[in-house]
Design a protein around this ligand. Sequence first.
Ligand code: XMP
Ligand code: MG
Length: 188
Amino acid sequence: MYEGDIASVLLTEDEIQARVKELAVEIASRYPVGSPQGDLLLVGVLKGAIFFMTDLSRALPIPTQMEFMAVSSYGSSTSSSGVVRILKDLDKDIAGRNVLIVEDIIDSGLTLSWLMRNLSSRDPASLQVVTLLRKPDAVRTDVEVSMIGFDIPNEFVVGYGLDYAERYRDLPYIGTLDPKVYEGDGGM
Ligand code: XMP
Ligand code: MG
């Protein structure tokens, strides 16, 4: 699939799946079953976190519930500006719940920083973040990310939910995109 578009495989399907299982163990240790706050509420950020969310939830040995939020951060297709708009909000109230944001990737951290402020204002009992990937620039953000799958180099990556112009999400691995794919494209 996508012959010639992927420059290199950064994380194989096996590596991703193994790390997801480790993260699930870590998460389960932080949220005791039968807490008065009820089941852990996973809040997946669409669309990038979709595969991570479904794999993680099935790897978790504790009961969880799912909500999704879709936001768009303005900027080019390969970087974000920090100006965030809600495209789809949560269906349910999260007041008093243990909430775990499930993110695909943190780059500048601007999107997550906004999301944390937005969800905090809804009074959850707790609010933590798990991200599959983190890029080097993320160290400069103020957001405390509880759990990270992989630290990756500062390259644009696709696959396992991550897209370029809505393509490549369906790849089971994560790879870097050959620059020829987006060269000459002003961003979309
Ligand atoms: P910030 O900079 O706000 O960006 O932390 C987070 C959002 O930017 C997108 N993003 C990427 N998407 N490959 C992608 O497919 C990448 O390498 C990449 N880096 C950032 C993504 O939507 C993420 O939620
Ligand atoms: Mg995207």
